[in-house]
Unconditional design. Structure first.
Length: 114
């Protein structure tokens, strides 16, 4: 069974930093494509970034890295702004014989105070 677990959220002042972690477990977990999304209250969930791409709103401030030995994706967030406040979700995509299956974590809350 595939599981996705995020951690590392919290409350931080504007200009501060946080690092989120997302660990995937399951068959062939080291092959899953993983990405970060976020959802602010009253808004739709939006793409934040992956190893190969970032949303324009976070470019230059957020950095994504991966430790394949731990099947863990990291989101280093610097120069945080109040508008970064959201629940951050990790998605793992598993490919099986040409089909893809997406698995979401439970989310971790990030609150940036002004």
């Amino acid at each position: 069974q595939v599981q996705v677990v995020e951690s590392g959220g919290g409350l931080v002042q504007a200009g501060g930093s946080l690092r989120l972690s997302c660990t995937a477990s399951g068959p062939t977990a080291n092959t899953y494509f993983m990405a970060w999304f976020r959802q602010a209250p009253g808004k739709e969930r939006e793409f934040v970034g992956s190893i190969v791409a970032y949303a324009d709103s976070v470019k230059g401030r957020f950095t994504i890295s991966r430790d394949n030995t731990k099947n863990t994706l990291y989101l280093q967030m610097n120069s945080l702004k109040p508008e970064d406040t959201a629940t951050y979700y990790c998605k793992a995509r598993r490919g099986i014989f040409g089909n893809t299956y997406d698995y979401w974590g439970q989310g971790t809350q990030v609150t940036v105070s002004s």
